[in-house]
Design a binder for this molecule. Structure first.
Ligand code: C2E
Ligand code: CA
Ligand code: CA
Length: 551
């Protein structure tokens, strides 16, 4: 009789051979960097070994939010020593998506931390495409029997043509990914089907469509109270998976036709936006689009539409705000801030503009424009006493979707600007993403080697600011303006700010305070040992022509 152990050893070469023969195999290190891939992988994905080795596993997934959430979830599982099995949406070298059934397996160090990860995959793109085609023909979602999104669109268009009024209700299951994990053992289909059945029972004859893995749309002539009643219904009749009731949180947005929006696309857009608002406030509610968010939405879509033309016509401007260096009593840096004045929209503030540009992809164009204006100013400033630098705010989207480093250096070269004249301000959100994407840190390090300084902006507003300092190449921090209001009047704020300054100093970082508006704030900060000060007290942001530069 052979022992289990012996059998294991005997079969291993065969196992290895079979896996390699039938599956795509990818191996990464503990950071998610690709160590090896097999031939099957290369054939399906069109990657070449040279290009794929050293990339992160995140980059092999589709850029689409859902796919990124999946790998994020997979990676969390692996780090805690668990395997994962499911469908993954990957990206070929050409950017084209493909689908696989994936088994992800961790291999752990003795101390319980992740050592390596192994990914076994089978290409199921054809099956998925077939299912999509079937759904298109049949107009139904095969898993749940609900309408497909194609059917929904044509039905909405019919109802609009017939001038019927209705509520367009968009529902989504909150924390869907965590939920799936929670229900270890149940598959995704079972969960979705159970939820679909609850909806069918409550909404009865009102049309219901499934438009995403956990997103649904219901069309109903009834009012908000009826739709919101679904949450009570779910509470009274919870979902059971096996013998356990499933704690389910649902968020939703209701938009009315014809009062609120007049086409399928804008109904959907407005409903998604309403849902996002609900989620921001913690989820678990179904609300209708209020008159105010309506205005916001219309303004948003106007900004969205006009931005490209504005960029083309150079309608955006850049203002520069001085930063005063305490030791040398000189302005050593000017911060570039984007400005947009539009006839119809009035002033569009960067806080309004940047998130929209991030979601429509135009952030890259804005970034390039601001950077070249900044570089142009930096060249002029080089002649000045102390040759002041120019700092530019950067969005993480610029780094993660583009070869940012090359782009930047080539813009600087075009303008004849030395990289050492430039500083880049990054935010908490940026730092958070950089932690996950090795390629961002890599680009930052290369830029730093070329002479670019990095500043951690809005310091003190995020919970983990301190952590980022350990691994991001940062040389300055800027204490957020929220602390300035109560600085003079509140001893607690003073202690906090003083603590931040002390801490930065021990880390060898140059410390800046922003939003300084009064002499009292300025004096206090100087007495606490601040290195530089920025704010209306020193000077407001102004166009480059208004800066008093000699040459
Ligand atoms: P930020 O980087 O924290 O910029 C500082 C903001 O404070 C600016 O607002 C500035 O005008 C304002 N400010 C300056 N001095 C004072 C003061 O004494 N008191 C008060 N209360 N505020 C002061 P702004 O120009 O509206 O920019 C808002 C944010 O938009 C910026 O915050 C930055 O995160 C972002 N942003 C601006 N330009 C760009 C850009 O070109 N690219 C990217 N990615 N983001 C940008
Ligand atoms: Ca800034
Ligand atoms: Ca700031």
């Amino acid at each position: 009789m052979t022992t289990l152990h012996e059998q294991h050893d005997l079969d291993m070469p065969d196992v290895r051979h079979s896996l390699d023969h039938y599956y795509m195999v990818t191996q990464t290190d503990a950071e998610g960097l690709v160590l090896s891939v097999n031939k099957n992988f290369l054939n399906v994905s069109n990657w070449t070994p040279k290009r794929v080795l050293g990339k992160t596993i995140w980059q092999l997934f589709d850029e689409d939010e859902k796919a990124q959430n999946t790998i994020h979830h997979i990676w969390t599982q692996l780090q805690s020593g668990k395997t994962w099995f499911g469908t993954a949406q990957k990206q070929k070298r050409t950017g084209e998506p493909y689908f696989t059934n994936m088994l992800a397996v961790p291999s752990m160090e003795e101390d319980g931390s992740l050592a390596r990860a192994l990914f076994l995959e089978l290409d199921i793109t054809e099956d998925i495409r077939l299912k999509e085609r079937l759904e298109q023909i049949a107009f139904i979602d095969i898993e749940t029997g609900l309408m497909s999104r194609h059917k929904l669109e044509s039905l909405v268009n019919d109802m609009i043509r017939e001038e019927k009024s209705f509520s367009f209700v968009y529902l989504s299951i909150d924390h869907y990914y965590t939920l799936k994990e929670l229900q270890n053992g149940t598959d995704e289909t079972e969960l979705t089907q159970a939820f679909a059945n609850r909806m069918k029972r409550y909404f009865q004859d009102n049309p219901i469509a499934r438009i995403g893995s956990s997103q649904f749309v219901i069309l109903t002539p009834f009012g908000d109270w009826y739709v919101q009643g679904f949450l009570d219904f779910l509470e009274q009749q919870p979902l059971y998976i096996g013998s356990e009731a499933l704690p389910l949180s649902i968020s939703g947005g209701i938009v009315r036709y014809p009062e609120d929006q007049k086409s399928y696309v804008t109904l959907l857009e407005a409903a998604v936006m309403t849902l996002d608002e609900v989620r921001k406030q913690g989820g678990g509610k179904i609300v209708s689009l209020s008159a105010t968010s309506h205005k916001v939405l219309n303004r948003r879509s106007l900004i969205n539409r006009k931005l490209l033309t504005a960029l083309d016509h150079k309608a955006l401007e850049v203002a520069f705000q001085p930063q005063y260096d305490v030791a040398s009593k000189q302005v050593k840096v000017y911060e570039a801030l984007v400005r947009w004045e539009d006839e119809e929209l009035g002033t569009v503030s960067p806080d309004e503009l940047i998130p929209i540009a991030e979601s429509n992809g135009l952030i890259a164009n804005i970034g390039e424009y601001v950077l070249s204006e900044a570089a142009r100013l930096a060249v002029r400033l080089e002649e000045q006493e102390g040759s002041p630098h120019v700092s530019v705010n950067t969005s993480v989207r610029e780094f993660s979707n583009h070869p940012m480093k090359e782009n930047m250096l080539s813009i600087l070269q075009t303008e004849g600007c030395r990289p050492g004249q430039l500083e880049l301000e990054i935010t908490e959100k940026f730092a958070f993403r950089a932690e996950e994407e090795q390629s961002i840190i890599q680009q930052m390090k290369e830029l730093q080697d070329a002479g670019v300084n990095f500043i951690l902006d809005d310091f003190g507003t995020g919970y983990a600011s301190f952590r980022y300092m350990q691994y991001l190449p940062i040389s300055k921090v800027k204490i957020d303006k929220v602390y300035m209001n109560s600085l003079v009047s509140h001893p607690k704020t003073q202690q906090l700010v003083e603590g931040m300054i002390q801490f930065s100093k021990t880390m060898g970082l140059y410390t800046i305070a922003e939003g300084v508006e009064t002499q009292a704030q300025f004096d206090l900060l100087v007495s606490m040992g601040i290195d530089a000060v920025q704010g209306y007290y020193i000077g407001a942001p102004v166009p480059a022509e208004k800066l008093h530069i000699r040459n």
